[in-house]
Design a protein around this ligand. Structure first.
Ligand SMILES: Cc1cc2nc3c(=O)[nH]c(=O)nc-3n(C[C@H](O)[C@H](O)[C@H](O)COP(=O)(O)O)c2cc1C
Length: 183
């Protein structure tokens, strides 16, 4: 049976390249993984005052969806050399209430996607810093800093074969990582 893997996309933009890459991963993932893109754009900014006995419905929905998955792939742009607020907010929501984090022990991968040349290196590593604290064993190699992403899709919006090849290496490595950790 395939393992359910959450995919969190750090851009809310309709034509987001990160979303396009997440969708390519869904298409090319090996049969051992079933990738589900989880909504994070509707989560109110984390505030302990509203996270009480009756938290926002979106908090509960999100926590349950992550709890139901056996791993997490983060696909994120870089904003001002750091992590977009929307993805940090999702991490914070999932980490609470204290002692009930939904992230713990779930195998993760971080893929940063940018139109710039540096490939979102800053966001990628800032995110990894939180994953250490959240106790998520994270795929180390291959590193995935995907720059100049606009060149990875042709005029019809299809991914070029060279870029698909690279994404295939990443998703297959992640599948092996998940497999290894479940032994
Ligand atoms: C507020 C903001 C800050 C940005 N800062 C960076 C940055 O630090 N490094 C970078 O490579 N691109 C930066 N960009 C450009 C994004 O990489 C580019 O817009 C990318 O396409 C966003 O991902 P998306 O297509 O999935 O929305 C920034 C974009 C925005 C809107």
């Amino acid at each position: 049976m395939s393992k359910k893997i959450a995919v969190l996309v750090g851009s809310l933009r309709k034509d987001s390249y990160n979303l396009k890459v997440a969708k390519v991963f869904q298409k090319i993932a090996p049969p051992s993984l079933s990738l589900q893109i989880i909504q994070i754009g509707d989560l109110p900014l984390y505030n302990e005052d509203i996270d009480n006995n009756a938290p926002p419905a979106s908090y509960s929905r999100f926590r349950q969806e992550i709890a139901d998955c056996q791993g997490v792939i983060f696909v994120t742009p870089e904003y001002n050399r750091g992590l977009p607020a929307v993805i940090k907010n999702a991490i914070d929501v999932g980490s609470r209430p204290y002692g009930k984090s939904v992230w713990s022990k779930k195998p993760a991968a971080v893929v940063s996607v940018s139109q710039g040349a540096i490939g979102g290196f800053g966001a990628n590593h800032q995110l990894r810093q939180s994953l250490v604290f959240l106790d998520m064993p994270t795929l180390q190699q291959p590193e995935a800093y995907i720059g100049n992403i606009n060149a990875a899709f042709d005029e019809s919006g299809n991914i070029t074969s060279k870029s698909e090849e690279f994404l295939t290496v990443i998703i297959n490595s992640y599948a092996s990582w998940v497999e290894k950790l479940s032994q």
